[in-house]
Write a protein that binds this ligand. Structure first.
Ligand code: GLN
Length: 444
């Protein structure tokens, strides 16, 4: 495979293509049939990329885990997927996910659940569960996911890999099938922190086709830090949440001890409104989703169930096309936005969101990073929470406040509990990705 001191990109692609095609975790919804025509490998060297299904890929099924988009072949490719292909990370496969990215276990996919490679009776997390399982199992070298309230960080944690949720706006959303537009952000899921930096540095940039995208003020260098001298980590005193498993907390504390050995200072920090993050998120995200999903009407995209009149066609298409969690969110969101209730729910949730963002701004006046466990539990058994949406939503307790604030955060592996991976989450101010990656590299 090594010719003239270079790994042959076609051979590398073929090796991973065969692995992805042989996957038995249900991590993929589509695998490339052949390597792309050999060209210049680019700075990413031709290392192939698995991409969450909700990224539009020209001529390749892009179904966002939903029956309503079954067989949908977009006429264009998402900006970020095109950017990475251009940089030398060609499309290897599309990965399974919760329907329209709504979920924390990948059990809401119309294409079946994904299994966690650490223990096949357990979930990989969600909603980017296919991407996380693929990277953890070694059938893809690296992957793209999206994070609205935790969907990169939580599956990365539950599968023992690295996941980066960037600053909102730094990665174009053009071509990403929308869930909650003010929160959705694409990011890398990788085996280590250096890989996350390698992918992310080629994902940023202002895209005139996404009005919320903006230029990252700095180039993302590769991480090099060996120590954490002069860095202060803040542990939120208000985010103690019930339901944290003892083993998860022990692994989190062991990582704090390691950070101290490396020179970091640890202190408590106040985030007085963060505990209300879940309540605000589960109003705002469904509200935006109910609006975004109005476009799936049987006319413009994907599936249509024919009927005698237009209204029945809409109703039957949406009745058959959407799964139960998506319907629940459309109903919640429509209710929250309806006249007479708007102020009581959506308006109030937006005010809580502002308070949470201000809490983080205050905290970053005192500490460099805010750290928490990524998820309160290790990977849970398939089916354990499917009957209880509120129990499922509690998975997002530590990740959602960061999403509401629009700031970047990483999840890195922090050892095991009960033989299963635990994630350590580190959040920083907007545009601090390079510093986060550097600190995560020292801890890795
Ligand atoms: N689990 C959360 C939800 O169900 C977050 C999902 C996400 O980040 N896409 O909404």
């Amino acid at each position: 495979a090594i010719a003239d001191g270079h790994l042959d990109a076609t051979e590398l692609f073929e090796t991973y293509r065969a692995r992805a095609a042989a996957d038995d975790l249900n991590a993929y919804t589509w695998v490339a049939e052949q390597a792309p025509a050999a060209g210049a490998p680019g700075p990413l060297g031709g290392v192939p990329l698995a991409v969450k299904d909700l990224f539009c890929t020209e001529g390749v099924p892009s179904q966002a885990g939903s029956r309503i988009l079954e067989g949908y072949l977009p006429p264009y490719t998402a900006t970020v997927v095109a950017q990475l292909a251009q940089a030398g990370a060609p499309l290897l496969a599309k990965t399974n996910q919760d329907e329209f990215a709504m979920g924390s276990s990948n059990e809401n996919s119309a294409y079946g659940p994904v299994l966690n490679p650490w223990d096949r009776s357990r979930v990989p997390g969600g909603s980017s569960g296919g991407s996380a399982a693929a990277v953890a199992a070694g059938s893809a070298p690296w992957a793209l996911g999206t994070d609205t309230g935790g969907s990169i960080r939580q599956p990365a944690a539950l599968c023992g890999i690295v996941g980066l949720k960037p600053t909102y706006g730094t990665v174009s959303r053009y071509g990403m099938i929308a869930f909650a537009s003010s929160l959705d952000q694409a990011g890398p899921l990788t085996r280590d922190v250096t890989d996350a930096a390698l992918l992310y540095r080629h994902m940023t940039g202002r895209d005139r086709r996404d009005s919320t995208s903006l230029e990252h003020p700095e180039t993302i260098g590769l991480p090099t830090a060996q120590r954490l001298d002069g860095i202060t980590l803040g542990v939120p005193e208000d985010l103690t949440g019930e339901g944290i498993q003892d083993g998860v907390y022990a692994a989190f504390e062991a990582t704090l001890a390691l950070a101290q050995e490396l020179g970091a200072a640890i202190r408590r920090v106040a985030l007085p409104h963060a505990d209300h993050g879940l309540s605000a998120y589960y109003v705002i995200a469904p509200a935006e989703a109910s609006s975004n999903l109005a476009r799936f009407d049987g006319v413009r995209y994907g599936r249509r169930i024919d009927a005698d009149d237009l209204t029945s066609m809409y109703t039957r298409t949406r009745h058959d096309g959407f799964g139960p969690e998506v319907k629940r969110r459309i109903m919640l969101g429509t209710y929250a936005l309806s006249s007479g209730y708007y102020d009581a729910y959506y308006g109030r949730a937006q005010r809580v969101r502002t308070k949470i963002a201000q809490d983080f701004t205050g905290a970053f006046g005192e500490v460099d990073f805010v750290v928490t466990p990524t998820s309160p539990t290790v990977a849970f058994a398939l089916g354990a929470k499917t009957g209880d949406p509120l129990a499922m939503y509690l998975n997002d307790y530590f990740t959602v406040p960061i999403s509401l604030a629009g700031i970047p955060a990483i999840s890195i592996p922090a050892g095991l509990s009960e033989g299963l991976p635990v994630g350590f989450q580190m959040a920083g101010p907007a545009f601090s990705e390079h510093r986060i990656l550097d600190a995560a590299f020292a801890l890795e």
